[in-house]
Structures are given as structure tokens and as C-alpha cells.
Design a protein around this ligand. Structure first.
Ligand SMILES: Nc1ncnc2c1ncn2[C@@H]1O[C@H](COP(=O)(O)OP(=O)(O)OP(=O)(O)O)[C@@H](O)[C@H]1O
Length: 322
């Protein structure tokens, strides 16, 4: 089973109990089949969902949230610190289950999915990416163990990691991690992006780094994230025209990265800190105190003149669009 990278490892007690009763993987609807059968079924749906962490029973981190995210949407999550953005990622990966309401994936309650099948549908790029004690190639291949060397290289190129990996003492065979070469934060994040691109899952969860990266790394990570967000569909699915202007590097390599398999449109959720990301998003959800208090595009939310407009003035000042 793919071990997702997150703040906590493993499901909570409720999630484990649910998993033991869960539908077996083969009975779980595949995203492609579900979309075909139920054209407008949201990929992700929250119905009156409330959640508190076990240690804080009186403080809901998500409070009666209703949300529908369609296949192929790119949705930016913004809001003050502690507003509940990461908690949504926590529940999507089923580290725990909500105490009230429902979380549905392709119309099916998340509790009915096997953990393995559910996590197969998601690729995660966390803020603080993990590098395993393994070769650089195997660190990327972790995203899809059956991937060929050429696919690993293509993913690395798309994530702007190829140059620095080639420059390592043994190139892609260089051992990384605890007993190997240590990478910078920006390099680690590009490895995580390459891993996620290689996995090419229908749902992509990105947490943009807030920590300071050196200028070159920052530029590379931003370019890699932009390419990732822009890669909405595999080239084989015939929607290349929908991809954004920043898609060029990934378009060049996407066929090799995906192994040529046709994929459903990718749905991307990104905890956003950059102006370029929110401008590119189809929809921005503004979180405050565990609720979605505003949603819309960058322009519509600025015009609304409420929390988003205040956050934008503070958070995005000085950052220029890609
Ligand atoms: N592991 C945890 N145990 C207990 N409470 C938590 C835990 N993680 C988050 N919280 C609390 O849940 C609330 C929502 O936090 P969350 O991390 O989802 O916010 P966020 O919007 O992602 O903030 P940030 O932008 O700072 O990451 C906060 O009150 C936070 O203190």
C-alpha cells in the first residue's frame, strides 16, 4: 500500500474500524466508470461535514461544510492559519473520518472505500516532502513502482528535477536520505512533484510551501507546480486545448510520464499561497474557522471586498503572476 505523506501516518481508530468492514477494492467504483455512469457526480463531495481532532472535542476544525468539486476542476484553498484547509486534506486521505456528515468520492462514502483503493486515487505533494533512504530514481518511482527508467526521467524533467539529479555523484543512482546525499527543501519538493506526476492519480492534493526556499529553488518549484496544475489531462484524453500556457514542459513529457494510459480528467486541490496559483484556479474556496465563507474566482472575490480581498492584499503582495 502506498504510504501517503502527511502530518500523521495511518488511519484513526474509526477509520481502521471502517476499513475492516469496507467494501473490497474490486467492488469500489473506478473513477472512470463512475464518471461515465453518473456524468455530473462530483469527484469530491462534503455534505454537512463536521470534524474535530480527537484531542480537541470542543473545537471543530471543519464545521458543517458543504462542497462539491467536479472532475477536472482546479480548486485553490485559502484562508488564515488554522482555518481548516489542511484538515480537509487529512480527511480526504482518510487519516480519520468526520464525526458528522459525509465525505463522498465519486458519489461513494469514503468509509466504504478500502484505504488502499482510496489512496490509489490521490497523489500528494506535501509542504515538507519526504525523501526516503533509497536512490534518487527509486524515490521518484515510489509514485508508480512499475514505471520504467524513461518514465522516471520524464517525470523528473517535468518537475524540473532532472538537472540537479543528473549533477549528483551517481546521477539517478545516487543514494538519498539519511545515509546519502542531503537535498535542499526545494529539491525535496521537486522530487515529491515528480513522484506525484509519475503516479498520475485522478486527484492531486498540493500544499504549496510557505517556508523560505532559496531564490533558484523557489523559481523551479513554482514552475514545477504550475506545470503540474496545468496538466489537467493526459494528452491521450484529447483535451490538450484546455491546458494552460504553463503546460509546455509537462506536455512534452506527459505521454512518457503516464505510461501512455488514458486517464480521467485530473481534479486538483491546492492549499495556495501564491497569486499565480489562485489566478489559475477555476475556483477559490475561502476558509475561516472551519467553514467555507466565500468562493469564486480571484476577480469575483476581490470585487466582493470581504475576507479574500483582505487576505489577498496581505498574503499575495509582492508576488508576481507566473
Ligand atoms: N493534529 C491536530 N490535533 C489537534 N488539533 C489540530 C491538529 N491539526 C490541526 N488542528 C487544529 O485544527 C484547526 C484547523 O487546522 P488546519 O491545520 O486544518 O488549518 P489550516 O487552515 O491548514 O492552517 P495552516 O494554513 O496554518 O496550515 C486549528 O484550530 C488547528 O489548531
Amino acid at each position: 500500500m502506498a504510504a501517503p505523506e502527511g502530518r500523521e501516518q495511518g488511519p484513526g481508530r474509526d477509520a481502521r474500524a471502517a476499513e475492516s468492514q469496507a467494501t473490497i477494492g474490486s467492488m469500489v467504483p473506478s473513477p472512470m466508470n463512475s464518471n461515465r455512469e453518473h456524468g455530473d457526480t462530483p469527484v469530491i463531495e462534503l455534505r454537512d461535514l463536521s470534524y474535530h481532532y480527537p484531542s480537541r472535542p470542543l473545537a471543530p476544525s471543519l464545521d458543517a461544510v458543504n462542497l462539491r468539486i467536479r472532475a477536472g476542476e482546479t480548486v485553490a484553498l485559502v484562508g488564515p492559519s488554522g482555518a481548516g484547509k489542511s484538515t480537509l486534506f487529512h480527511l480526504l486521505q482518510r487519516f480519520d473520518d468526520p464525526q458528522q456528515g459525509e465525505l463522498l468520492l465519486w458519489g461513494q462514502d469514503a468509509r466504504e472505500w478500502s484505504l488502499e483503493a482510496l489512496r490509489e486515487q490521490m497523489a500528494i505533494v506535501p509542504q515538507d516532502a519526504t525523501v526516503f533512504s533509497a536512490t534518487a530514481a527509486d524515490n521518484i518511482r515510489y509514485g508508480r513502482p512499475a514505471a520504467s527508467d524513461a518514465e522516471v526521467r520524464a517525470a523528473a524533467r517535468a518537475a524540473f528535477a532532472d538537472d540537479f539529479l543528473q549533477a549528483l555523484p551517481q546521477g539517478y543512482d545516487t543514494h538519498l536520505g539519511e545515509h546519502g546525499v542531503r537535498l535542499s527543501g526545494g529539491q525535496r519538493q521537486r522530487i515529491a512533484i515528480a513522484r506525484a506526476l509519475l503516479k498520475n492519480a485522478p486527484i492531486l492534493l498540493l500544499d504549496e510551501a510557505t517556508s523560505a526556499l532559496d531564490a533558484e529553488s523557489e523559481r523551479m518549484v513554482q514552475a514545477a507546480l504550475d506545470a503540474t496544475v496545468a496538466q489537467r489531462q493526459s494528452p491521450l484524453s484529447g483535451a490538450s486545448a484546455e491546458r494552460g500556457a504553463g503546460a509546455a514542459p509537462i506536455e512534452r513529457d506527459a505521454g512518457a510520464v503516464t505510461g501512455g494510459a488514458a486517464q480521467p480528467p485530473r481534479t486538483t486541490l491546492v492549499i495556495a499561497h501564491r497569486l499565480a496559483t489562485v489566478q489559475r484556479a477555476d475556483r477559490i474556496l475561502v476558509f475561516e474557522h472551519g467553514r467555507v465563507v466565500e468562493q469564486g474566482t480571484h476577480e469575483s472575490l476581490l470585487a466582493h471586498g470581504q475576507l479574500y480581498a483582505r487576505l489577498a492584499a496581505l498574503q499575495f503582495t509582492g508576488l508576481s503572476p507566473a
